[in-house]
Design a protein around this ligand. Structure first.
Ligand code: ARG
Length: 563
């Protein structure tokens, strides 16, 4: 934000040798009440250095800080309060947004460096769970935010496509499976087989052994076993891709756990070479006693490798391949221990890049306060949930705007957007409540509300057939406009915060507050009235539309121009 920068520069000029411009910038606050101005600088620290009381320093600074961008600078107790020149600043901001368009708020911190983001990562032959939905939505938004900050995001889907469960599944398929039935509804049918395996294994002890043998065969490359596994993977992935298409999410890589099969021995040799492996009850482990953590399991007594072994190998592989500046894992908080262990083992191996690994945990999805589960029979088929959201959106569009063109596309964008927004408006660490009815409301803190505000702005611009965005601007100085302008000025800071805190909810809550201000403005001002402020007001509407659309796009949502 221009005004803040300038205020910081001026203060820094007056405190040379004590505070740099960046240090001042960090201290500047946004007062709660308009009477206290637009920006405030607290003088407590300066008081310590100058050995004077903060109020007198504030008074002194206030008289010295001048610019055509400030309408007045006054002291209030220990604070220097700055009132920006609304006309001047609003004009500047609007022109900046009109010029930069969707690039407004972009940062260059990333300098084109790569960040790998491991997200979504569902398990083959199992339903795409609500947890995977959270990972998908949060991971995709975070990847967008990283790109906005100048990074190259590499989206990786670390599919759960290997493990002893595939031995059981193969055994179950040979016993009770039917190709035609599986083809019709792959994940559901495969899950049925898997559940039946466990049920029957309880009474017939031979089954476990049979499953174990099939997995052994699979690991040894048995042709029949591999073929079946390949087929399970293919049909499951096809279903997952249907969900990704609905959500408009893409991946750069689908290298899952199986991809690392032939790379694991190297990791184990590396661990051995560094003297990190020890034996515990027949299994090979890396002890993490010095960190007060349980040991990281590397290889079971029967020779099978584990989830952690694969993640170690994947991290090493990814670093070799991408030379990432950062590597992020968007995975539920219940796996925190696992990632702690994996990162520590990599550190013990002497990889200095281990410090660039980051687990981004998230909470559960709740329904009526209870965790939504996909275990056993209680499967919530996600694709059905998404389709239901779209159908509900279509119904409400039908009621509100029956003549709308492109109804089904808009319903898709609104239905999916509602689900995405409902998740992202909450800090990822917290649990989110899942209620289709609530998230599809057009008012309140919902995706449709934000999208609707955008469509409303677009409709004003359509109505003002004269406006072409090139008129010279006067700037705006009334309070309702100023509240919107201030929000618009905030966007770059919010982008930066959401990046630094790896938290897309910063953007979502920002959008809600921008929309609230914009709707107040809309209710208050005759925007289309013919007077000499018309061009400035329309520019404000255009800029609000640009920022809302860009904010939504960071979250992975569409912004229909009519709805
Ligand atoms: N497939 C795992 C699960 O569903 C998530 C994988 C997360 N990524 C990773 N690199 N471990 O729990």
């Amino acid at each position: 934000m221009k005004g803040k920068q300038l205020f910081a520069k001026k203060i820094a000029e007056e405190t040379i040798g004590v505070l740099t411009e960046d240090e001042v910038l960090e201290k500047i606050e946004f007062p709660k009440y308009q009477e206290q101005g637009d920006l405030a600088f607290p003088c407590f620290e300066l008081a310590k250095v100058y050995k004077k009381n903060p109020a007198s320093i504030a008074t002194e600074l206030a008289t010295k800080t001048k610019s055509s961008y400030f309408s007045k600078v006054v002291s209030e107790g220990p604070y220097v309060n700055c009132f920006l020149n609304k006309k001047h600043v609003s004009k500047e901001v609007l022109v900046e947004i009109q010029t930069k368009k969707e690039a407004y708020g972009s940062l260059s911190v990333g300098q084109g460096e790569k960040v790998t983001i491991d997200f979504s990562s569902p398990n083959i032959a199992k339903p795409f769970s609500m947890g995977h939905l959270r990972s998908t939505v949060i991971g995709n938004a975070y990847a967008n935010i990283l790109e906005k900050c100048g990074y190259k995001a590499i989206r990786i889907n670390h599919l759960g496509d290997w493990g002893t469960q595939f031995g059981k599944l193969i055994s179950a398929y040979y016993r009770w499976g039917n190709e035609q039935v599986v083809r019709q509804d792959p994940i559901k049918e495969l899950l049925k087989l898997y559940v039946r395996f466990h049920e029957e294994a309880e009474v017939d002890s031979r089954l476990e052994e049979e499953g174990r043998l099939w997995f052994l065969k699979l690991e040894q490359g048995d042709k029949k076993a591999l073929e079946l596994w390949q087929w399970f993977r293919e049909v499951s992935l096809e279903e997952f891709k249907g969900i990704y298409k609905l959500l408009n999410v893409n991946f750069d890589s689908y290298n899952g756990e199986a991809f690392y099969n032939d790379k694991m021995e190297e990791t184990i040799q590396l661990l051995k070479g560094e003297g990190l492996l020890s034996t515990s009850q027949g299994a090979e482990v890396v002890t993490l006693e010095e960190h007060n953590l349980p040991p990281c399991l590397i290889r079971k007594s029967d020779g099978a490798t584990l989830y952690a072994t694969r993640d170690l190998t994947a991290a090493i592989y990814r670093h070799k391949k991408y030379q990432f500046a950062k590597s992020v894992y968007v995975v539920g908080q219940e796996q925190s221990l696992h990632f702690q262990q994996v990162f520590l083992v990599l550190k013990k191996l002497g990889f200095n890049w281990a410090s660039q690994l980051e687990h981004l945990p998230f909470g559960f999805i709740l329904q009526n306060g209870k965790k939504m589960s996909t275990r056993k029979g209680k499967v919530v088929l996600l694709e059905n949930v998404l389709r239901e959201a779209i159908a509900m959106a279509e119904k409400s569009i039908e009621e509100k705007n029956p003549t709308l063109q492109n109804k089904s596309k808009v319903a898709h964008d609104v239905g999916i957007g509602a689900i995405i927004f409902q998740d992202l408006k909450t800090d990822p660490q917290h649990s989110v409540e899942f209620s289709l009815k609530d998230m599809l409301r057009f008012e309140g803190a919902t995706g449709p509300y934000v999208q609707y505000t955008h469509a409303r702005a677009c409709s004003i611009l359509r109505k003002s057939n004269r406006y072409n965005g090139n008129e010279s601007l006067d700037g705006l100085s009334d309070e309702p406009s100023w509240s919107v302008v201030k929000k618009l000025m905030d966007f770059p800071t919010k982008v930066q915060e959401s990046y630094e805190q790896a938290n897309p909810s910063e953007i979502a809550t920002y959008l809600l507050s921008l929309c609230r201000e914009f709707n107040k403005y809309y209710a208050h001002c005759k925007i289309l009235q013919e007077d000499n402020q018309l061009a400035s007001r329309l520019a404000l509407v255009e800029c609000a539309a640009i920022v809302i659309k860009e904010g939504l796009s960071l979250l992975g949502m569409q912004a229909p121009s009519e709805m």
